[in-house]
Design a binder for this molecule. Structure first.
Ligand SMILES: Nc1ncnc2c1ncn2[C@@H]1O[C@H](COP(=O)(O)OP(=O)(O)O)[C@@H](O)[C@H]1O
Ligand SMILES: CC(=O)OP(=O)(O)O
Ligand SMILES: [Mg+2]
Length: 397
């Protein structure tokens, strides 16, 4: 038997089936992703089943996520039939103030999660669509929602509170933090590899969405993403932290809510600054001045916020890079590390070049006072493990 995990990110839909043994999820038997989820474009489905790796191009249509879910269900019918899926674990980015741990999905849970869609418009609607889809396609199977926000549920009040009047704060207008499944996974991997992860740890999840998390004794104490999935670092298509005065100005200029939402979430970040693409690989290949500015700003904000979070930690013992950019872009890691040298960060150049996102690797030099690691993240695996814990599924391999 196995657990299917479904992770609808902002630019990808990732899936995997994990077998269980003694209550622990084992390496995935079938895993893959849909990439290039842009309306009317071509999306790429790639998957690995055992040692077989396959790839397919698909028309994305008007609603790429809905199309990807249909194609995933078809793939499970053929490839996944023998794997006996017993439960589905969904990454859901926003659990709001109420959901501080994974939960078995019911109609009431879905109803409570729906109003959070505006706080993560690139994710939450797809996350909930994924749940509804598998309720239809695999009726009767338990569906578990695993929240990005749960890892940050115990942030100190000085970190999570906005300097707003109590009446507004009491409405749940506060910082929540995201990428929690990824941070939980990174923490587990660092521990497994003998890194001092319980010390002052800074984790950088740099993908299409990007955030930093400062953890002490394995608990999140500060993070760059807040109320919604737009705060903090500059991202693929999101602007990150922005003076709220800009929004007031735009509103005065007659910009509507929908237009502003599109600007902040879909037209900004690497894409907005470069005017070219949200994909770091293409920016690296470009020689345009705007592409260079976009990369420089991205790196700058990683360094700037690393300083802020290190101050919250009172120093730094371990730095971990993850997410599509953090795992693959050695140049970004080198440039950021160079500017964090004042903290005692020194990279081993060759180790950094060797880390290509396929395995957990230390990349610090022998004289670095901070350990630096690259950790390929697996949000789906954390979700599957959590679902197994919640459902206490018996193990039979
Ligand atoms: N080899 C690479 N070099 C630089 N950046 C990369 C590389 N591979 C992937 N990326 C970046 O990772 C991003 C996707 O990150 P990922 O964490 O997988 O996305 P999501 O947040 O949607 O799950 C891509 O948009 C691209 O910018
Ligand atoms: C919360 C978030 O930004 O997620 P992702 O990196 O998958 O877009
Ligand atoms: Mg991601």
């Amino acid at each position: 038997m196995g657990i299917l995990s479904v992770n609808a990110g902002s630019s990808t839909l990732k899936f995997a089936i994990y077998p269980l043994q003694d209550g622990e999820v084992q390496p995935a038997l079938l895993s893959g992703s849909f990439e290039g989820l842009e309306p009317k474009g071509q999306m790429q489905l790639s998957w690995t089943s055992g040692t077989r790796r396959q790839q397919r191009e698909l028309a994305a249509g008007n609603d790429p996520f809905a199309q990807a879910l249909v194609s995933l269900s078809e793939l499970l019918e053929t490839e996944g039939k023998a794997l006996r899926i017993e439960a589905v674990a969904h990454r859901v980015v926003h659990g709001g103030a109420h959901f501080r741990d994974s939960v078995l999905v019911s109609a009431d849970v879905l109803k409570a999660l729906q109003p959070l869609c505006p706080l993560a418009p690139l994710h939450q609607p797809h996350n909930l669509e994924g749940i509804r889809n598998f309720m239809r396609v695999l009726p009767g199977l338990p569906q578990v929602a695993c929240f990005d926000t749960a890892f940050h549920a115990h942030l100190p009040e000085v970190e999570y509170a906005f300097a707003l009047p109590k009446a507004v704060r009491d409405e749940g207008v506060r910082r929540y933090g995201f990428h929690g499944l990824s941070y939980q996974f990174i923490l587990g991997e660092l521990r497994r590899h003998g890194a001092p992860a319980s010390g002052r740890l800074l984790m950088a999840h740099l993908g299409n969405g990007a955030s930093l998390c400062a953890a002490r004794e394995g608990r999140s104490i500060a993070t760059t993403m807040g109320f919604s999935a737009v705060e903090g670092l500059m991202m693929g298509t999101r602007c990150g932290t922005l003076d709220p005065g800009v929004l007031l100005y735009l509103m005065e200029q007659g910009w509507t809510h929908d237009r502003i939402q599109k600007l902040l979430y879909k037209e900004s970040g690497l894409l907005g600054v470069s005017g070219l693409t949200a994909d770091m690989r293409r920016l690296r290949d470009s020689d345009s001045a705007e592409a260079k500015l976009a990369i420089d700003m991205f790196t700058y904000h990683v360094v700037r916020e690393s300083g802020a979070l290190t101050a919250c930690l009172g120093g730094l013992d371990v730095l971990a890079f993850s997410g599509g950019i953090g795992e693959h872009d050695a140049r970004l890691r080198a440039d950021a590390a160079e500017r964090l040298a004042y903290l005692g960060v020194r990279l081993d150049e060759q180790a950094n070049a060797r880390a290509t996102g396929n395995e957990v690797l230390p990349i610090h030099a022998a004289d670095s006072s901070v350990q630096v690691w690259v950790v390929p993240t697996d949000e789906g695996r954390v979700a599957a493990q959590d679902a197994a814990r919640l459902l206490a599924l018996p193990a039979n391999g």
